[in-house]
Design a protein around this ligand. Structure first.
Ligand SMILES: [Zn+2]
Ligand SMILES: [Zn+2]
Length: 282
């Protein structure tokens, strides 16, 4: 399992990304569902402080406190700087769990901040938040996961391996390579459609689509499926997963998703998280 998503608009949203042992959001029921996997979670990145995205935090922090043996189960929680509800809730959790047996690291993030998720040799995987538009009362973020890779500079491409090795000896590997970033995963959090540049050329866009019917769209806090698919097209993303779908569509999701795919004429793979099922991707 690489990705596990549970999302029911208004009720609870969380997703677990196993390569980096991280949760994005922590809605109610997350530790109950994950069971033993709760102990594997290393980091939690919160998109905003609404109850349906943070209510499971207390359970997660508390469950992990009762683990047997493993003393290195440090947990890191990241949230949008200035997110009042998250701060209040975390303070409460710390107050009622004053004797935590493991290290709990809490960090507020700014949009330009970067957290290193994984590093092997020259390759690195990092996460960076971006601003979204949800509600005025609560600061909200989406997250991008990037892979930092290195490749030969254009002028050295096409050289034989022998020549390259010679150059490495002579002027060093760094002189002949450049670092570039590849966006592998983009998560919207709750928001109106995110900016095209934030989703641009991502391998996988996981975007909220609270409204599967354009006519139900109210206010300016959430997205409709049509808007998301149009964004996916403009941003040249390679695949989409729709989540945070309202339960009102429970019986007609497949029909409404197919209808929108046809209307927008999008040809990339589009999947959705059914509000009452846990979605998994391997
Ligand atoms: Zn929500
Ligand atoms: Zn929300």
């Amino acid at each position: 399992m690489k990705l596990m998503i549970s999302s029911k608009a208004l009720y609870s949203t969380w997703m677990y990304y196993s390569p980096d042992r991280m949760l994005i959001d922590c809605g109610e029921g997350v530790s109950t569902y994950l069971g033993n996997k709760s102990f594997a979670v290393k980091r939690v990145f919160l998109t905003h402080g609404h109850a349906d995205h943070i209510a499971g935090l207390w359970g997660l922090v508390n469950t992990r406190n009762n683990a047997m043996g493993d003393k290195e189960k440090e947990l890191e929680i990241y949230y949008p700087k200035g997110g009042k509800s998250v701060e209040e809730f975390i303070n409460f959790i710390l107050k009622v769990n004053s004797n935590l047996k493991y290290n709990l690291k809490i960090k507020a993030l700014d949009v330009e901040d970067e957290v290193i998720l994984h590093r092997t040799g020259a390759a690195q995987r990092v996460i960076r938040p971006f601003s979204t538009h949800h509600t005025v009362s609560e600061k909200s973020f989406g997250y991008n996961i990037y892979e930092k890779r290195k490749r030969l500079k254009d002028e050295y491409r096409g050289l034989e391996q022998k020549e390259i090795l010679k150059l490495v000896k002579k002027i060093g590997r760094d002189a002949i390579t450049i670092e570039y970033e590849h966006k592998i995963l983009t998560i919207s959090g709750d928001s109106i459609p995110i900016a095209v540049e934030d989703a641009y050329e991502t391998d996988l866009l996981i975007h909220e689509a609270t409204f599967l019917d354009e006519n139900d769209r109210r206010g300016n806090n959430h997205s409709s499926i049509k808007e998301v698919l149009e964004l996916a097209k403009l941003a040249k993303v390679k695949a989409v997963i729709l989540y945070h779908i309202s339960t009102r569509y429970e019986r007609s999701i497949r029909h409404l998703v197919n209808k929108a795919i046809k209307a927008v004429k999008i040809e990339i793979p589009v999947a959705y998280v059914h509000p009452s099922k846990v979605f998994t991707l391997n």
